[in-house]
Design a protein. Structure first.
Length: 253
């Protein structure tokens, strides 16, 4: 690992991760007939009739009739977040307590994020992408200490796997960075802007409230290496790149 730690994994015959050791701590997994996690360290996972994850060791999940995740709560029932989507299955809103994030897209790439609280709009985030879908950077527009609107420009550097690994200011100074393990867990994070930025591993959008990545079609938990729903757009066996499978992502890195 980039931070000097050693992670080890074991897999079954079809590629499901059956054990993982990180920092000396081992987690063990079992799977059901659909290759979904059945238990983690003896804690049972639950799914609905459509194969959507409804409970794991940390949260409970709710879905609408289209299979889109709409709400996360703690096991005790405390709301973590709510989500809304448009007719293209793209997330348009995230509500966390008194804060709302609104999302706007161009060619399925996130182009604008507006963050509001009880006092109104607190921040705009404009995202820039190239024609291949690689994130180039973002412009953040918010208010300074005097209440005046200001803009700051940031540039992203990605590695050959598509992970955002560094964030530069408009003068080319590195002011934020990340390292990841093979499954997308953040091993190290430097700089305030790195904490604020959400475009990270494999250019997925990171939800800090849940430690999950939003992949548009569904959500991904890097800690367990599992998707939380069956793929709404399953791939074609003769077109491997159409298959949204985390094992493919890892083995091709």
């Amino acid at each position: 690992m980039p931070d000097g730690t050693t992670n080890s994994y074991s897999y079954d015959a079809v590629g499901n991760r059956t054990s993982e050791t990180r920092n000396g701590v081992t987690d063990n997994f079992t799977y059901n007939a659909a290759n979904q996690i059945s238990t983690k360290n003896g804690t049972a996972y639950s799914y609905d009739k459509d194969g959507n994850l409804t409970q794991d060791e940390n949260y409970k999940y709710e879905y609408n009739v289209l299979g889109q995740q709409t709400r996360i709560t703690t096991l005790q029932g405390v709301e973590v977040a709510r989500y809304e989507y448009d007719e293209n299955n793209l997330r348009t809103k995230k509500i966390i307590g008194n804060e709302t994030h609104e999302y706007f897209y161009e060619s399925n790439n996130l182009s604008l994020e507006i963050i509001r609280d009880e006092n109104g709009i607190k921040q705009y985030r404009y995202y820039q992408w190239d024609s291949a879908g690689t994130p180039l950077g973002m412009v953040i527009r918010d208010k300074d200490g005097s209440g005046n609107w200001q803009e700051k420009v940031y540039h992203f550097l990605t590695n050959h796997k598509g992970d955002v690994v560094s964030i530069l200011d408009n003068n080319g100074n590195k002011i934020g960075s990340y390292t990841y393990d093979a499954y997308g867990n953040v091993l190290s994070e430097t700089g305030v802007i790195a904490q604020e930025n959400s475009i990270r591993y494999a250019v997925y959008y990171y939800d800090t409230e849940s430690n999950h990545y939003y992949l548009q079609a569904r959500y991904y938990n890097p800690e367990n290496g599992n998707f939380q729903a069956l793929d709404l757009h399953p791939g074609n066996a003769i077109e491997p790149l159409s298959q949204n499978d985390i094992h493919m992502l890892i083995t091709t890195q």
